[in-house]
Design a protein around this ligand. Structure first.
Ligand SMILES: CC(C)(COP(=O)(O)OP(=O)(O)OC[C@H]1O[C@@H](n2cnc3c(N)ncnc32)[C@H](O)[C@@H]1OP(=O)(O)O)[C@@H](O)C(=O)NCCC(=O)NCCS
Length: 194
């Protein structure tokens, strides 16, 4: 698969930019934390070489951005789109993200995810965006709610973790017409009252 170049995008506090090979140490610094990866379904990284492999084999081959704070180019998280496995033949993507634990609870992922919804619907002309998370991942469920996604249902025992554990997935989506309705509030970072 060819390398995908993503544009640099700014939000109020963040710069979202493409991942570079030399970001491996910064990725490893947060991806080795057992509180981060397992919530998103992946194993904590074992060493910097593994993080480098994820950057070159996964992040640079998907529509994935490094999350940095304005004024500091060090990645503190990742966000991006992959194929929506539930909607073959539809221009739909699944959103995924993770953030260094040092930065949780400051609204950073909500800010990044809202901006990527704009990119997805307006630049990639998506028909819908899907996102899924585990029952226990209340933080991610908050981000999803604050972005305005609709809960579709829970797929029971649909997901096998890297350690063999089988989990349920809560599945959410946003359709293009729903995005159009929320667009102003999402862009101005207003609460959605839902
Ligand atoms: C999920 C994750 C990306 C959230 O990022 P974040 O920048 O901290 O998110 P935000 O600050 O925008 O929102 C966090 C929400 O969780 C809430 N929260 C914080 N601690 C919580 C707790 N112990 N239980 C429940 N909710 C909690 C916050 O109050 C906030 O919601 P609110 O604004 O409605 O109050 C981050 O925690 C993470 O990377 N987790 C590990 C990887 C992961 O889970 N990825 C997603 C897989 S689907």
């Amino acid at each position: 698969m060819a390398r995908i170049k993503v544009p640099t995008i700014e939000t109020e506090r963040l710069v979202l930019r493409g991942w570079k090979r030399k970001d491996a140490a910064a990725l490893y610094a947060y991806a080795k934390n057992p509180n981060v990866g397992p919530h998103a379904g992946w194993k904590p990284h074992a060493d910097v070489a593994e993080s480098r492999g994820i950057i070159t084999q996964l992040f640079q081959r998907n529509t994935t951005w490094a999350i940095t704070l304005k004024g500091d180019d060090t990645p503190i998280g990742s966000i991006g789109f992959e194929a929506d496995a539930y909607r073959p033949g539809i221009n739909s993507r699944e959103m995924g993200y993770s953030l260094s634990e040092d930065y949780w609870g400051q609204g950073i992922m909500t800010e990044a995810a809202r901006r990527l919804l704009k990119y997805g619907f307006e630049e990639l002309s998506l028909q819908s965006v899907m996102i899924r998370t585990g029952e226990a991942n209340l933080r991610s469920q908050s981000v999803i709610r604050k972005c305005g996604f609709h809960y579709e249902g829970t797929l029971r025992q649909c997901y096998r973790m890297y350690n063999g554990e089988i989990r349920d997935s809560r599945v959410y989506s946003m359709l293009r017409e729903e995005y159009e309705e929320l667009r102003g509030a999402l862009q101005e970072n207003l609460p959605l009252n839902r």
